[in-house]
Design a binder for this molecule. Structure first.
Ligand SMILES: O=C(O)CCC(=O)C(=O)O
Ligand SMILES: [Fe+2]
Length: 241
């Protein structure tokens, strides 16, 4: 897989990923099949453990309606950085999300605004309703289109830290629609669980001091266990130097 990020764009459509269309479709169908199980069956998997989560969220204050499950795996990440580079085993957190149709989509959200604590997040979705905040454009929400065969890539907090703030992590949210169930599979790619991410040394000097404290993915999970993204808190805000 090759991801080339040329400028601080909000989101990137990845087409050269090499994954067959039939596999992308099968992944979405399998995910939908899980959420179609009876509530009783799904309850067997219920877990609020941030390391192995499954749950349904219905918060009346924000009207959130999302069911999701997630799991960790490991892969190799290579980020050619100029100068310097990152290469090594990573943590990959995959969340599979289901947003049922909502009779009043304008009064509720699927997932509140947040940024991901990842280097890069790759999203596969079966419909639109995924929006990214365009801070340059007066804070407007931009809808990410669902384009057959593409994966969407956006920058996470880890990349903002690595670039010492040159790249900003994408604040995004999931909206709802009244017609159909939306399924998404988001893959958050980060360094190893205990590896500390910090700004690339080449990007730090007297004019550009280190803007963030170092932290690991595990530090983020500990934050998540005590602070809920529903409250609008961002882990990266706790890292600013
Ligand atoms: O449902 C989506 O497309 C977004 C999911 C997401 O932002 C996340 O799991 O962090
Ligand atoms: Fe996210």
């Amino acid at each position: 897989m090759i991801v080339i990020i040329r400028g601080p764009q909000l989101e990137h459509d990845l087409v050269n990923h090499g994954i067959r269309q039939s596999i992308l479709v099968e992944a979405l169908v399998a995910a939908a099949g899980f959420f179609d199980l009876s509530a009783r069956e799904k309850l067997k998997f219920k877990s609020s453990d941030v390391y192995n989560p499954y749950g349904t969220r219905r918060a009346s204050k924000t009207g959130l309606t999302r069911s999701s499950f997630g799991g960790f795996s490991s892969s190799i990440m290579h980020i050619p950085w100029t100068p310097g580079s990152i290469h090594g085993p990573t943590t990959r957190l995959t969340t599979v999300n289901c947003y049922p149709p909502c009779p009043e989509p304008n009064t509720a959200l699927g997932l509140p605004p947040h940024s991901d604590y990842s280097c890069l997040t790759i999203v596969l979705q079966n419909s639109t309703d995924f929006e990214i905040l365009d801070t340059e454009d007066g804070g407007n929400w931009t809808v990410v289109p669902e384009i057959r065969g593409t994966l969407q890539v956006h920058v996470g907090d880890h990349f903002e830290v690595l670039s010492n703030g040159i790249y900003k992590s994408a604040v995004h949210r999931a909206t709802l629609n009244s017609e159909s169930t939306r399924i998404s599979i988001a893959s958050l790619h980060s360094l190893g669980m205990d590896d500390k991410m910090e700004a690339a040394a080449e990007l730090v000097d007297e004019q550009n001091p280190r803007r963030y404290r170092e932290s690991s993915f595990k530090d983020f999970l500990d934050f998540l266990a005590s602070d809920d993204i529903v409250d609008g808190k961002r882990f990266i805000d706790t890292l600013r130097a």
